[in-house]
Design a protein around this ligand. Structure first.
Ligand SMILES: Nc1ncnc2c1ncn2[C@@H]1O[C@H](COP(=O)(O)OP(=O)(O)OP(=O)(O)O)[C@@H](O)[C@H]1O
Ligand SMILES: [Mg+2]
Length: 253
């Protein structure tokens, strides 16, 4: 079976400048793939390419074997609708309550009844710990709550593939751990595939099946593998990064 996502010979630019080149990797069905790299290495830019919003300078991003940049605009849009996306800024529609933020995509893209939309929006808000927040406006929330609400909205259409850009930043340790748990639950119980950018090393060990490292100076990926394997056998820079947050473990034989 082909991988869910195939990235082939991808060069990416931001503001006309090359930020990463020669990226080759896959996202396998049902895995949690974490993207790690220094600030400015191009993680968010890569995510924009993975969801098809930015056009590659070279190479391809395939979803179920189909190039995200090929086909008619309506076909591209239909494909993108199968992804849940939470960008780094986690923008919500500011004039709408949280409940309305979640129900709008359902109203636009599903045939669900109003009652069912309301029930599902409430359920998604509860998933991220915002049970009582249905009628609140985004301006009434703390930064961390806004982040969780944006995550709930990314889940609104029950996506099979979820892209998250630093969902844990700005959260207190308890809520950051809850978020890791939520990601694991989505994978285990719904089979959701997750691609997540993070700076939190603890999070890498908690949720990632594999971690992809982007290097800012070399402008390409320098490692891809299971976190514990990279901790033992990865390149020096990757090992020393991971050592700062590795779980206590026996020294390698
Ligand atoms: N719209 C843009 N115009 C010009 N340069 C941009 C634009 N977006 C990003 N860049 C530049 O591209 C590089 C990669 O940015 P990107 O946001 O992808 O990094 P990042 O790895 O997500 O960083 P962070 O960890 O801080 O979020 C940076 O040097 C950034 O300044
Ligand atoms: Mg970023």
């Amino acid at each position: 079976m082909t991988a869910l996502v195939q990235v082939q010979g991808l060069d990416i630019t931001a503001g006309g400048r090359l930020v990463q080149r020669g990226l080759n990797f896959t996202v396998e069905r049902g895995e949690v793939l974490v993207i790690v790299g220094a600030s400015g290495s191009g993680k968010s830019t890569l995510l924009r390419h993975l969801v098809g919003l930015d056009v590659p300078a070279a190479g391809h991003v395939l979803f179920e074997g189909r190039d995200l940049q090929a086909g008619r605009p309506d076909e591209q849009a239909a494909l993108r609708r199968r992804f849940g996306v939470m960008f780094q800024a986690g923008a919500l529609w500011s004039s709408m309550s949280l409940g309305e933020n979640l129900m709008l995509p359902m109203r636009l893209f599903t045939g669900l009844s109003a009652a069912e939309r309301r029930r599902r929006a409430g359920f998604k808000l509860a998933l991220v710990g915002l049970d009582g927040g249905f009628d609140l406006l985004p301006s009434q929330l703390s930064g961390g709550m806004r982040k969780r609400a944006a995550l709930a909205r990314a889940l609104a259409l029950d996506p099979e593939l979820l892209y998250l850009d630093e969902p844990g930043s700005g959260l207190d340790p308890l809520n950051a751990a809850r978020l890791d748990e939520l990601v694991l639950n989505l994978r285990q119980h719904l089979g959701t595939t997750v691609v997540m950018v993070t700076h939190e090393i603890a999070s890498v060990f908690a949720v990632a099946n594999r971690a992809l490292f982007l290097d800012e100076e070399e402008k390409t990926m320098t490692a891809l593998g299971a976190p514990l394997d990279l901790l033992r056998h990865g390149p020096d820079a990757v090992r020393s990064f991971l050592q700062r947050g590795a779980p206590a473990m026996e020294p390698a034989p």
